[in-house]
Design a protein around this ligand. Sequence first.
Ligand code: UT7
Length: 344
Amino acid sequence: MRNAAITGWGMYVPDQVLTNADLEQMVETSDEWIVSRTGIRERRLAAEADTTLAMSTRASRQAIEVAGIDPADIDLIVLATVTPDKFMPSTASLLQTELGAHRAAAFDLAAACSGFVYALAVGSQFIQTGVYRNVLVVGTDALTRFIDFTDRGTCILFGDGSGAVVLQATDADEGVLSNVLGSDGRGAQHLYIDGFASNGLFSDNGNGHIEDLQRTYMKMNGNEVFRFSVRVMGETAIEAVNKAGLRLGDIDWLIPHQANLRIIDAAAKRLDLPRDRVWVNLDRYGNTSAASVPICLAEAADSGKLQQGMNLVLVAFGAGLSWASSVVRWGATGVRGKGFHGDG
Ligand code: UT7
């Protein structure tokens, strides 16, 4: 079996910033409440031009450039999103054209906030089994388009963005060491966005046909999702560590889904990791759904703090309810790319 190494990374967030102070003008909330309950201070909002395709293209181009590969050599694109631009074709197929990755197979994957870690598992399997050599894995969401900005229970949490990595086949001792994927559909009603049902009717307004289309918003039972996530983040992270044949003491970094600082802290505690070994950026971006883990990874890689041989735990949870984790050993290629995006 070959290893699937992360050799490139990239990220994109929209320019428009929505601060907690802005939200104080929109709903009955306060900066103090939001920071103490979630850790979020501001988030980015997709402008009209920031489609899922456009954001994915920006992040992917960076990842491809860091990896130093020709887009024509990409064998597969897996794009994790629950906010695709169209029902068909897949946003991954549109992205393929933007990138000039003409040889690639391409498809979207929907696992909500767990989507990127799911997609990383899919991409790495194709490399480990020898089917493909170069895989682009992207996580992008524009969830703020589906947020009711009069609902203080959800509108404070989410932001938009995209992150991407290039996976490449290697014989070196690095790359994706383990994957854990999970889902419990019995919790589906705790976090969802209604839309077109498979019978062609709009599913939220009774007898409505497409002409009756009305805006659809995310619905969330925050307390249920919170309880679930505190349990599952730690459990699934530990399962991935065991599956990789490692011990907790072997883990150098936690790269968690950015939903709530209290949830992240609980996971870090289960892994026995201090805060300075946990990548946190939700104060700046909020919860960017499928983009949150790859954005963290891109920032961590650019910071120069990831050294060759370090073991990273990536872990996420989301609608489904779903969860996913992965242990990744950072490689020589990652260290070589240090500082690529910013300080050269
Ligand atoms: O990727 C997965 C996406 N979803 C999540 O990660 C959500 C996970 N859940 C959470 O992060 C938390 O449950 C929330 C941040 C959503 C809520 O925090 P909480 O500590 O669970 O608060 P709560 O829902 O128990 O509400 C406590 C109080 C309530 O008032 P009363 O009934 O005690 O008077 C709420 O009405 O806080 C009130 N409240 C707010 N107050 C100010 C709820 N939202 C707000 C708000 N500002 N934005």
